[in-house]
Design a protein around this ligand. Structure first.
Ligand code: NAP
Length: 339
C-alpha cells in the first residue's frame, strides 16, 4: 500500500509516447503532489529533454535500479515492457499503474476505473491495470444504468481515433492527408490500408472466433470492471481518420424498463459523464468538442422500438485523457486518498 506523504516521487514509463506525453501534462494540470518526476523511454530517446513545471527533465532508458525510491510509476510503453518491468518496479515497493493490456485480465491485478470500481484498489499487490480506452468510456456510462435497471446485453460499435495506436499513427494520418492533397502516392506503415479518407473495421489482431483482440477486450474487461459476468456484450471496433477521441454507438438492453428521460436523469448524476443531448438544436457529442476534455459525453439518447427494454446512445471521450492518461492519474489520486 502507498505510504501517506506530502509529495510523491513519480515515474512515467513511455514518457515520449502519445499517452506518456499526456500523462506528464495531466500530472501538472491536476496539481498532482509530485516531489520529483522521473521520465523513462527506450534507448532511442536517451538524452531527450522534456519539460515539467518549468523544469527540464532528462529522459532515461530503464535498468534494474530505475524504480528505487519511486513511489508511483505510470506505465505506457506497451505490453512487452510492462511484462518485464512492472514486476521489477513492484519489487522495489513502487506501485505501478499500467496502461498496457499485459495485466488487465490477470485475476491478481485489479482493473480500475475510479468512477466505477474504486473499491478494487484495496486488493492490489503492487500492480493496477488501466483498462482499454474504448472500454473506459463505455463503463462510466454502463455502470449507473446497470445499477438502476440491470443490463442484459450491449451491442457496441466504435469509431476510434488514430491516436489510440500511438504517435506513429498520428504521424501517418497527417502524412497521408498531406500526400493525398498534394497528389502524391500514399505510404502505409502502421495500418494495412490507407487510413486518410478511409474507415477500417479492424483494430488489433484478428482472433480465431472472427472478432479482433480490441473487440474481445471490450467484452472481457467490461465484465471484470463492473463485476458481473452475466452481461452479454458484442463489439465491432472500427478505426476512423480522426486524431483524437473515440466515438461509440451503444445499444443497451435492460431487465427493467428505462425511458429515454430516465436515462438522461441517471446519466446527468453520473460522475465523469456529461449529457449533451438536444437534437432539435443539433447538439450531440463530436470528437472535436470532446478533445482535451476529461468527461465522457453522451447524446442521441433514444428508446429502441425494436425490443421491449432497449436504449440507444452515442458516446464520445478523449482516448488519450479519460481513455488513458487521466484514468491512470485518477487511480494514483485515489491511492493517495486511501493512503
Ligand atoms: N493511445 C491510446 O489511446 C492508449 C489508450 C490506452 C492504452 N494505451 C496503451 O499505452 C501504451 C502506449 O501507447 P501510446 O499510444 O502512447 O504508444 P506510443 O506513442 O507508440 O509510445 C510508446 C512509448 O513506449 C516507449 N518505449 C518503447 N520501447 C521501450 C522500451 N524498450 N523501454 C522503455 N520505453 C519504451 C516509447 O519510447 P521511444 O519514444 O523512445 O520509442 C514511447 O515513449 C500501449 O501499451 C497502449 O496499448 C494507449
Amino acid at each position: 500500500m502507498l505510504k501517506k506523504k506530502e509529495r510523491y516521487v513519480v515515474a512515467v514509463v513511455g514518457a515520449t509516447g502519445a499517452v506518456g506525453n499526456e500523462m506528464v501534462k495531466t500530472l501538472d494540470q491536476r496539481d498532482f503532489p509530485v516531489e520529483r518526476l522521473k521520465l523513462f523511454a527506450s534507448e532511442r530517446s536517451e538524452g531527450k529533454i522534456m519539460e515539467f513545471r518549468n523544469k527540464d527533465i532528462l529522459v532515461e532508458p530503464l535498468n534494474n535500479n530505475s524504480f528505487e525510491g519511486i513511489d508511483i510509476a505510470l506505465f505506457s510503453a506497451g505490453a512487452e515492457r510492462s511484462k518485464t518491468w512492472a514486476p521489477v518496479a513492484a519489487q522495489s515497493n513502487c506501485i505501478v499503474v499500467d496502461n498496457s493490456s499485459q495485466w488487465r485480465m490477470d485475476p491478481e491485478v485489479p482493473l480500475v476505473v475510479p468512477e466505477v470500481n474504486p473499491y478494487d484498489l484495496k486488493w492490489h499487490k503492487g500492480i493496477i491495470a488501466n483498462p482499454n480506452c474504448s472500454t473506459i468510456q463505455m463503463v462510466v456510462v454502463l455502470k449507473p444504468l446497470h445499477d438502476a435497471a440491470k443490463i442484459k446485453r450491449v451491442v457496441v460499435t466504435t469509431f476510434q481515433a488514430v491516436s489510440g495506436t500511438g504517435q506513429k499513427a498520428i504521424d501517418e494520418l497527417l502524412q497521408q492527408t498531406a500526400d493525398l492533397l498534394n497528389f502524391k502516392e500514399v505510404k502505409c506503415n502502421v495500418y494495412p490500408y490507407q487510413i486518410a479518407f478511409n474507415v477500417l473495421p479492424h483494430i488489433d489482431k484478428f482472433l480465431e472466433n472472427g472478432y479482433t483482440k480490441e473487440e474481445m477486450k471490450m467484452v472481457n474487461e467490461t465484465k471484470k470492471i463492473i463485476g458481473d459476468n452475466s452481461i452479454r456484450i458484442t463489439a465491432t471496433t472500427v478505426r476512423v481518420p480522426v486524431f483524437r477521441c473515440h466515438s461509440e454507438s451503444l445499444n443497451i438492453e435492460t431487465e427493467k424498463k428505462l425511458t429515454a428521460n430516465e436515462v438522461r436523469a441517471i446519466l446527468s448524476q453520473a460522475p465523469g459523464v456529461i449529457v449533451y443531448d438536444a437534437p432539435d438544436k443539433n447538439i450531440y457529442p463530436i470528437p472535436i468538442d470532446a478533445a482535451g476534455k476529461d468527461e465522457t459525453y453522451v447524446g442521441r439518447i433514444r428508446e429502441d422500438d425494436s425490443i421491449e427494454n432497449g436504449i440507444n446512445m452515442w458516446i464520445v471521450a478523449d482516448n488519450l485523457r479519460k481513455g488513458a492518461a487521466l484514468n491512470a492519474v485518477q487511480i494514483a489520486e485515489k491511492l493517495i486518498e486511501m493512503a
